[in-house]
Design a protein around this ligand. Structure first.
Ligand code: TYD
Length: 147
């Protein structure tokens, strides 16, 4: 049994015309949740690793609205690295997935949407605690059985 949903790379519609691009994201329409929280990360250089946590409740959509970064996704028993490199590209990260954001370009602005307001109690910041929790939870996703 596997109770952990998989990460999804999303491509949003670009409503472009001669004036430039416009990307619209509506909760429960373009992403799988209603948006309760927005934050953004910028000014992190290439040596910085952010994240390094999993969440018991919060889900996220990450979008590099400017520049680039990489996101390491860790299900406990498998990992993948996704590069965010376009303003109309996002990564949906369900709950109970360990994530690390790194390799930020100088112009990186990483926009994050979430379904819950901030609550430090639902953040798992210890990797070993994460591993034991996902074992209780039903095991981490494996790349080959995510579909
Ligand atoms: P942290 O979770 O370490 O950021 P990141 O995951 O991007 O590396 O958060 C840094 C600080 O900001 C920490 O003291 C908690 C606070 N914070 C909030 O108050 N609200 C929020 O929504 C977030 C993401 C962080």
């Amino acid at each position: 049994m596997n109770n952990i949903k998989k990460v999804e790379v999303m491509k949003f519609n670009q409503l472009g015309d001669e004036r430039g691009h416009l990307v619209v994201i509506e909760g429960c329409k373009d992403i799988p949740f209603e948006i309760s929280r927005i934050f953004y990360i910028y000014g992190s250089d290439t040596s910085v690793i952010r994240g390094q946590h999993a969440n018991k409740d919060s889900e996220f959509v990450l979008i590099n609205v400017s520049g680039k970064s990489k996101v390491k996704i860790d299900y406990g028993n498998s990992q993948e690295i996704i590069e965010l490199s376009e303003p109309h590209m996002g990564i949906y990260i369900p709950k109970m997935i360990w994530k690390e954001m790194y390799d930020f370009s100088e112009d990186s602005v990483l926009l994050v949407l979430s379904n819950f307001k901030y609550n430090s109690d639902e953040y798992i910041r210890d990797y070993n605690e994460y591993l034991s929790l996902i074992n209780e939870y039903g095991g981490g996703s494996k790349n080959e059985d995510q579909s």
